[in-house]
Every structure is written in structure tokens, then in C-alpha cells.
Design a protein around this ligand. Structure first.
Ligand code: ADP
Ligand code: MG
Length: 342
């Protein structure tokens, strides 16, 4: 394997130390992905430069000139605090004719714009919950065609920001209340969707033109009250005590009939292509009891920490963590950005 100069791009507050010694579990959680990626790439023998960025493109330009990376490992999720600006940074890398890991600018843009992504999926006849957008600062009009229960969330935020059990609404009054809450709390438009009762599935994918689908992962709620709606709220994702109480765990999904497994794989591949994704991504799905598969959202550049769902599901089909990171680098080096075709 060729020794590469790998520049790992990350938020300036997440530059990891060289060792975990002396840090608490919650401190480590902050920069665990950055630590895992930097230390593993070093173990693989690459020359690794972690670069912290906040709001200065000059930092990227200088690192490009001084370090002359073969590839940029992109772990950056925002620029001057704005999540949806991550694709502009990747566009800048393309303008510098640089090769980078993960998703291209168009796929990042579509991944962050849930309503636009859903319109594209619908065009391709890929099932996604029925929806309407309630824009900030405008009066809401519920589309008559959508039946309760509905789920109200942000049109562009991630990490389940603003999602709790109260996000599922059963009447017009609580719908309006929850839309106002999303506007107030997240300062984004609200996305109102048909609530899909069913299993919560996650599927990792890797590739550019040819795409590999990883085994289907499932979030289980082992101690949840029978009949309670099982959704990945922000407490389910981030509150360790709450996770213990509900018996939250994620693992390979079992007992999915082969026909439905095949459908899941096909839906995920088609959605990946329809949304112009590249590098690696994770689809969030809901599987209804009648076997219908709904794409809830596409996540370009999902969490790559060691031990998290993406790495675990890759491990299941034989990719060690080292091999996974190396594969992601190879995909980055092979991606045919427009500048390479000129
Ligand atoms: N239409 C829906 N029906 C049922 N559950 C949903 C729906 N939309 C979102 N959820 C639940 O909320 C979680 C977070 O929603 P998602 O759109 O994936 O946002 P985020 O970007 O914050 O992960 C999902 O994993 C799922 O559990
Ligand atoms: Mg999600």
C-alpha cells in the first residue's frame, strides 16, 4: 500500500490529542471520530496532518500549499457554525483540484435539504413519507391529503434536533404548536410528514459509480412500553440514561424476509444514485409491517467512529476498521470530479 499524505479536515475544536489517557468518557465522545480516524490512518503508515477549520478558507489554502496532500479526509460538518455550508468547503477543494473522501458537493447539498431530496426521490418513485413544508414566518396550511398522525421535524437540521415523542401529532392544534416549536427552537422551516409506524432501520453504502450496500442495521427499543411509538428522538440518540431505560441498542436486523432485504438494498442503491451521493452514506429507513420500505432521509458522510453503526456493519462483511478507512480513501482518490475530466 502506498504511503499517502492525508490531511484530515475537522472542526477546530475537535482536534484530538495523541492519546486517550486522562480524558473522561464524555470528553472523549466529543472528538472520538477524529481520534479514531487520525490514529488509525497513522497506524496504517500514512503521513497524517489534522487540520482544524472554523471560518477561514485561507487555512485550507495554506495547508494545501505547505503539506501537498494526496487526499483530504473530510470530517468537517460545518463552516462558521453553519451545517449546510459543508458542501461549499468541498466545492472549494474541487476548485483547488484536490481529492477528498466522502460525498461530493451536490450530494451534500441534497442530503441536507430534506424537502428537495424527497421531491427527487418521489420523481424516481422511491417511497418516502408524504409531506409538506411549513416555512418560517408564514402561516401554515395543512394539506388536506395528509392524514394524522403526522411527524414534525426540521427541514434541514440533523442529529434529531427538535425531535421528541411530542413530534408525533394527532390533531391540528398540536400540529400548529409543534410547527411553531420547530421554528422557534431550530430557526429552520418545519417538515411535516406522514408518521410511519414500523421498524427503524439504517443502511450503510459505499461507492461512487458502483455502490456496495452494507448489512441492514436496526435500532431496537427493548424496554419500551408496548404500543409506544418507537422513534429515534434526540434523547434516544444522545442521553445515555434514557438509552438504558428504553433498552436502546443497534445491531444487525434479523428476521427480515429475503424478498424485503432485496427490496431494501434496491431502494437504498437507487436513492444513493438519485441523490448524487458518492464516497459513503447511510440511509435512514422505516419498514412497515406490510413490507413497505420508506426512505426517511439520506445521510452523506455519516458517523465513522470505531464501534458505531457504519463501521460495525462494514465489519460484519469483513472490513476491519483499518480496511474501511483505506477503502474510503481509495474511493476518494477514484472519484471522477469534473476537473479530472477536462
Ligand atoms: N415520517 C416519519 N415517520 C416515522 N418516524 C420518523 C419520521 N421522520 C423521522 N422519524 C423518526 O425521527 C428520527 C430522526 O429523523 P430524521 O429525518 O432521520 O432526522 P435526523 O436528520 O435528525 O436524523 C428517525 O430516525 C425516525 O426515528
Ligand atoms: Mg436521521
Amino acid at each position: 500500500m502506498k504511503r499517502l499524505r492525508v490531511l484530515v479536515l475537522m472542526h477546530e475544536s475537535l482536534i484530538p490529542p495523541d492519546s486517550l489517557k486522562g480524558y473522561t468518557e464524555s470528553e472523549i465522545l466529543e472528538w472520538k471520530t477524529e481520534f479514531d480516524v487520525v490514529s488509525t490512518l497513522r497506524e496504517l503508515g500514512h503521513e497524517v496532518l489534522p487540520l482544524g477549520v472554523y471560518d477561514d478558507l485561507g487555512d485550507l489554502r495554506r495547508a494545501f500549499e505547505d503539506f501537498k496532500p494526496h487526499v483530504w479526509f473530510n470530517l468537517l460538518e460545518e463552516f462558521h457554525g453553519v451545517g449546510v455550508y459543508d458542501h461549499h468547503v468541498v466545492s472549494y477543494l474541487e476548485l483547488l483540484k484536490q481529492q477528498y473522501t466522502g460525498c461530493n458537493p451536490r450530494g451534500l447539498l441534497l442530503g441536507h435539504d430534506k424537502p428537495l431530496a424527497k421531491k427527487i426521490l418521489s420523481f424516481h418513485q422511491i417511497r418516502t413519507p408524504g409531506f409538506f413544508v411549513a416555512p418560517r414566518g408564514k402561516k401554515t396550511r395543512k394539506l388536506a391529503a395528509l392524514e394524522f398522525p403526522l411527524l414534525v421535524k426540521s427541514a434541514s437540521e440533523d442529529a434529531s434536533l427538535g425531535i421528541s415523542e411530542a413530534s408525533i401529532v394527532y390533531d391540528s392544534a398540536s400540529l400548529q404548536e409543534r410547527i411553531d416549536f420547530i421554528h422557534r427552537q431550530t430557526k429552520t422551516d418545519a417538515l411535516v410528514e406522514t408518521f410511519i409506524q414500523g421498524r427503524e432501520l439504517y443502511v450503510g453504502l459505499m461507492g461512487n459509480r458502483r455502490v456496495k450496500v452494507l448489512p441492514t442495521w436496526e435500532m431496537l427499543f427493548e424496554n419500551a412500553r408496548p404500543g409506544s411509538p418507537l422513534i429515534a428522538t434526540s434523547r434516544v440518540k444522545w442521553d445515555i440514561k434514557h438509552q438504558e431505560k428504553l433498552g436502546i441498542k443497534t445491531c444487525r436486523a434479523v428476521d427480515i424476509p429475503p424478498k424485503i432485504e432485496a427490496k431494501i438494498e434496491q431502494v437504498c442503491k437507487r436513492a444513493y444514485k438519485a441523490l448524487s451521493l458518492s464516497g459513503y452514506a447511510r440511509m435512514d429507513l422505516r419498514l412497515r409491517d406490510d413490507g413497505e420500505v420508506f426512505v426517511i432521509e439520506a445521510n452523506p458522510n455519516p458517523n465513522l467512529s470505531f464501534g458505531e453503526d457504519f463501521a460495525e456493519s462494514a465489519q460484519e462483511i469483513g472490513y476491519s476498521y483499518e480496511q474501511l478507512l483505506q477503502k474510503i480513501i481509495t474511493l476518494g482518490l477514484n472519484y471522477q470530479a469534473e476537473w479530472r475530466l477536462v
